[in-house]
Ligand binder design. Structure first.
Ligand code: NAD
Length: 483
């Protein structure tokens, strides 16, 4: 296949927090891969801006090490590191003071796209926007990229939106949810809106239920302090799982443009019913002989924060009334797996009563570890023995289906940063979407806080607490296995 990589326009990208973990692990390795793919123009400039006292040479060394560690370049790409580093500069800056701002101003050019990536704690967002404005660095064509967490409740999200809105228009603000940058997530839209096959069946008449699972094998790691103030609901459901739910449930937008898509997603969030306490399960992984448990990991023996959550959501509109959406996410589970499963209803009548078991079509969309889709269809088991039915997957692994071409598929961060430069907001969250998601989440959190609910313990390496299994068993359904 012919490569379709088109270089983006020349740009200045300022990464505030350019020495931080996210910059070193994701942002700069991602930019390096786009450089290797030939997408970075000659006049691209990437300016790391952070508190450290580095010069350009030491910054380039730091980033070269990060690229080797996190981008794991092939021998061919390794040879390109020097070329990439020439695009980098560093400014030692104080987001809250005067140090470094004039140096930054002198590096910025007027004839290129200008983007500011706020890869710093959200508490600094407002101050950074203010400083950029007071040094005259923002014009109508400037963009700002902000990281999660975007608030910890509706009030703080509104305050962040308001702080950004003082100096940036909404069409200049790019709120990252890296799940939206995944190839499969976009493929979900292609499958829904590019085929005649699925859309007529995409409603409560034909869909029995939908499951969205984001399972991790790791615990909270070094993020214990932060995580104890957050939990699975704030860290995963309010943003990533909510975005996936929106893309599955939304009406077809009239066109594939940022506001048309985001308008439809917003309608879904606003149509979500409150979740009843009995439809919500929270858990904490407990210690075993070899591994510490959640309470030790966050250093808080009385913590009531959840490392696992499962819930049943309902969308009150014509398309989805009566079809539950089961969401779950947790840490220290059996396998690392993110999957959306659309489970279709049984056939209205079986003409094969002795065919063995019930059979259902399931469209499953895997986001990690490998991106791909499978559609389970029921066929006759080959060979003698009468009409016995068996479900087999029609498999579409991107790596296999697209062969070498799939090696060029950018990862989520790469794609999203290139979208910022291109000025395409489709895969970024709009301010009102984020606020609507918090408006749905807040009462659930305050509900369990008021009741004083304690998360149920679960074993490391399991599928979560037993109550999560019961959530579906009660409805005569079962979770798909996490594998
Ligand atoms: P980090 O602590 O590793 O790095 C923070 C960076 O901010 C450093 O470069 C530091 O020099 C800079 N900084 C701090 N205070 C400053 C100031 N006053 N002036 C100028 N620079 C200052 O943090 P991180 O893990 O890279 O996270 C950055 C942001 O991204 C946070 O909001 C975090 O929640 C979010 N995030 C991180 C990850 C991740 O995997 N690390 C994932 C998703 C979101």
């Amino acid at each position: 296949m012919v490569s379709r990589i088109i270089p983006v326009e020349p740009f200045d990208l300022v990464i505030f927090g350019g020495t931080g973990d996210l910059a070193r692990r994701k942002i700069l390795p991602g930019l390096f891969r786009r450089f290797c793919a030939g997408q970075m123009p000659d006049r691209a400039q990437i300016i790391g801006a952070a508190r450290g006292e580095l010069d350009d040479a030491r910054y380039r060394t730091l980033i070269a090490e990060a690229i080797i560690e996190f981008a794991k370049p092939s021998a061919e790409d390794h040879a390109q590191i020097e070329g990439f580093l020439k695009h980098l500069a560093f400014v030692s800056i104080d987001a809250k003071g005067t140090r470094g701002w004039e140096a930054l101003e002198s590096l910025l050019r007027d004839d290129v796209v200008r983007a500011f990536y706020f890869s710093v704690a959200p508490a600094l967002f407002g101050g950074l926007a203010e400083q950029l404005h007071s040094y005259g660095l923002v014009d109508n064509n400037s963009r700002v990229v902000v990281e999660k967490p975007f608030g910890r409740d509706l009030a703080s999200a509104k305050a962040l939106n308001a702080a950004l809105a003082v100096h940036f228009n909404e069409d200049q603000v790019y709120r990252i949810d890296h799940y939206l940058g995944k190839e499969t997530v976009q493929n979900l839209m292609a499958v829904r809106f590019g085929n005649m096959l699925f859309e007529p069946l995409w409603n409560s008449q034909y869909v029995d239920h939908i499951q969205i699972t984001v399972a991790e094998t790791v615990g909270v790691g070094g993020r214990g302090g932060y995580y104890d103030t957050s939990g699975a609901m704030r860290d995963m459901v309010q943003n990533h799982l909510m975005q996936l739910l929106c893309l599955i449930a939304m009406e077809p937008p009239a066109k594939f443009d940022p506001d048309a898509v985001r308008d439809e997603k917003l309608k879904v969030i606003r149509a979500l019913d409150p979740v009843a306490p009995q439809d919500l399960v929270r858990g904490q992984y407990r210690a075993n002989e070899t591994q510490s448990g959640f309470l030790e990991d966050v250093g808080n023996p009385t913590s009531k924060t959840e490392s696992f959550i499962a819930l049943k959501a309902h969308i009150s509109n014509w398309r989805w009334a009566g079809t539950p959406f089961y969401l779950r996410s947790g840490k220290c589970l059996r396998a690392r797996s993110s999957e959306i499963a659309i489970v279709f209803k049984d056939t209205p009548h079986s003409i094969f009563p002795d065919a063995g078991g019930t059979h259902r079509n399931v469209l499953s969309i895997q986001l990690q570890p490998n991106e791909g889709m499978t559609l389970d269809v029921t066929i006759k088991e080959p060979g003698p023995g009468g009409m016995r039915l068996v479900d087999v997957p029609l498999d579409m692994s991107f790596a296999e289906a697209l062969g070498a071409e799939s090696a060029d598929v950018p990862d989520a961060y790469e794609r999203l940063i290139m979208d910022v430069i291109r000025g395409n907001q489709t895969l970024f969250m709009r301010g009102d979407e984020v606020e609507a998601a918090w408006a749905w989440t807040d009462p659930l959190i305050s509900g369990w806080e008021t009741r004083g609910d304690r998360p149920a313990p679960y074993d490391i390496g399991s599928s979560g607490p037993d109550d999560a299994m019961m959530l579906l068993h009660r409805d005569s359904r079962r979770w798909r296995e996490v594998r």
